[in-house]
Write a protein that binds this ligand. Structure first.
Ligand code: HEC
Length: 121
């Protein structure tokens, strides 16, 4: 009985810890979603890229963050919608960095906080 309880507690801990570790960082992703949100989105890095005001290093970091975001599992909502949103972000950011006309506006739209948070946060 006591042993069974210990095993059950141990299993529960593994499941819980696993979930926490998995919660917002994909296996080969460099940044957790929390980091990306704080530095990339709230911190204004993505907005800076969208406005065409980011330097090369910032552009590189922004791309790394968006690529990590796509690799991270969504906190909530469907994988499909997450993939769609994160892919749109990567594509718009790439196009913006490549200097494509209108791409910055697309990036601003793709980076809309509420649209994504409503579904995935
Ligand atoms: C592509 C989807 C997406 C977009 C766009 C997005 N967010 Fe988020 N954000 C998330 C998800 C998912 C979470 C929840 C992360 C978690 O708890 O694992 C989150 C969480 C956050 C958090 C809490 C971070 C923490 O855990 O402390 C902040 C702050 C935040 N977002 C700010 C922003 C701002 C500001 C913008 C717009 C400029 C924005 N986000 C745009 C998906 C997005």
């Amino acid at each position: 009985m006591k042993k069974g309880l210990l095993v059950a507690t141990g299993l529960l801990a593994v499941v819980l810890l696993g979930n926490i570790a998995m919660a917002d960082k994909g296996e080969d992703s460099k940044f957790s979603t929390e980091e990306i949100m704080k530095k990339g989105f709230k911190g204004g890095l993505i907005a800076k890229v969208a406005k065409g005001e980011a330097d090369d290093e910032e552009k590189k970091l922004a791309m790394e963050m968006l690529e990590s975001l796509a690799k991270n599992p969504p906190h909530k909502g469907s994988e499909e919608s997450w993939k769609e949103k994160t892919t749109a972000l990567i594509e718009a950011a790439k196009a913006t960095i490549d200097g494509k006309e209108g791409a910055g506006d697309k990036l601003k739209k793709a980076a809309n906080c509420k649209t994504c948070h409503d579904v995935h946060k």
